[in-house]
Write a protein that binds this ligand. Structure first.
Ligand SMILES: Nc1ncnc2c1ncn2[C@@H]1O[C@H](COP(=O)(O)OP(=O)(O)OP(=O)(O)O)[C@@H](O)[C@H]1O
Length: 266
C-alpha cells in the first residue's frame, strides 16, 4: 500500500498569518478521510495543497509520490479529481451535462471539440448513472438544482479516473433531502473498492458518509487529532476542535453532534 498524500510538517504562511501550522498527514490509497473544522481552520488551504494548487511555505508535501516544488504541477493535477464551490462557479451554465462531464478528461471546463471518443461518452454516461444523475445528461448545467449540480461535479471529477478525489464541502447549500441523497451517493463511492483515495471536507459530522475510514480535525491551522474515525469523532476532541462542549452520538453508521447544555437544562 503506498501513500497518496504524505505531508511532513507542512506550514503555510501569508504575511504574518499562519494558515497551516506544521501539519503532518498521510493518506493511503484505500482510505477515505473526512477533514473537519470550524470556519477559518485551514481546510481549504489543506485542499489547495493536496490538489497541487499551492506550495507549502515550509515542510514537505508529497502527492502521488511527487514532491511539490520538484514536479510539474500540470502533469500532477490531471491525476487528482476535485470538486469545490470555486470550480462549480466557473462551470458554464449553458453547457450540456454530458459535455461538462466528458470534457473534464481533457482538462477543460466546457465542450471545446466537436467529437469526443465514444468510450469517453460511455464512461460519462455510466458515471452519471452510477451517481443517480443519468436522467440529467441532456440538461444544461444552469437548469439543475444544487443537489443535481453536486452529482454532476462528482461525475466530472471522476471522469479522468483520478488516483485521488478531493471533495471540498460537497453538501454546502443542500437541503436535508439533498444532503441525505449526497451522503448515500458518497457512501456508495466509499464502499466501492475501485474508488480512489478520497478526502471530504466538511463542517458537520452529520455529513460523514458510512464507509469513511479516517478523520483529521483542524483548528486554527493546527491538527487537533487524526486517525480512525471512531477514535477522532469523540466528544472531547470534537469539542476542542469547535471550541464548545458537545454531545456526540453515532447511530446506523452516522454521527450527530450538538452543544452540551448546562446541567439544569438537560
Ligand atoms: N491570502 C491570505 N492571507 C491571509 N490570510 C488568509 C489568506 N488566505 C486565507 N487566509 C486565512 O487563513 C485561514 C484559513 O482559511 P481557509 O480558507 O483554509 O479555512 P477553512 O477552514 O477552509 O474555512 P471555511 O470553513 O470558512 O471555508 C482563514 O482565517 C483565512 O482568513
Amino acid at each position: 500500500m503506498s501513500a497518496v498524500l504524505e505531508f511532513a510538517e507542512v506550514t503555510v504562511r501569508r504575511g504574518a498569518t499562519t494558515l497551516l501550522d506544521s501539519v503532518s498527514w498521510v493518506v493511503e490509497e484505500d482510505e477515505r478521510w473526512v477533514v473537519l473544522g470550524p470556519n477559518g481552520a485551514g481546510k481549504t488551504t489543506l485542499m489547495q495543497l493536496a490538489s497541487a494548487n499551492m506550495h507549502p511555505t515550509s515542510g514537505v508535501a508529497a502527492i502521488l509520490d511527487e514532491v511539490l516544488g520538484a514536479v510539474d504541477v500540470f502533469e500532477l493535477r490531471p491525476r487528482i479529481g476535485v470538486t469545490s464551490a470555486a470550480i462549480a462557479e466557473r462551470l458554464p451554465r449553458d453547457e450540456l451535462v454530458r459535455d461538462l462531464v466528458v470534457s473534464s478528461v481533457y482538462g477543460v471546463l466546457g465542450r471545446w471539440r466537436e467529437h469526443y471518443d465514444e468510450l469517453d461518452h460511455d464512461r460519462a454516461r455510466s458515471l452519471l448513472t452510477e451517481l443517480g444523475a443519468g436522467n440529467l445528461i441532456d440538461r444544461t448545467f444552469g437548469t439543475l438544482s444544487e443537489g443535481e449540480r453536486k452529482r454532476v461535479q462528482i461525475a466530472r471529477a471522476l471522469m479522468s479516473d483520478p488516483e485521488l478525489l478531493l471533495l471540498d464541502e460537497p453538501a454546502a447549500g443542500l437541503d436535508l433531502g439533498g444532503r441525505e441523497d449526497l451522503v448515500s451517493t458518497l457512501e456508495m463511492l466509499a464502499f466501492d473498492p475501485g474508488s480512489p483515495a478520497t478526502v471530504l471536507v466538511s463542517h458537520h459530522v452529520e455529513e460523514i458518509p458510512p464507509g469513511f475510514t479516517h478523520g483529521l480535525l483542524l483548528r486554527q491551522g493546527r491538527v487537533v487529532a487524526q486517525g480512525p474515525l471512531d477514535e477522532v469523532i469523540t466528544e472531547p476532541l470534537l469539542g476542542q476542535t469547535f471550541g464548545m462542549p458537545l454531545v456526540v452520538t453515532k447511530e446506523d453508521g452516522r454521527y450527530a453532534a450538538r452543544r452540551r447544555r448546562g446541567r439544569r437544562q438537560d
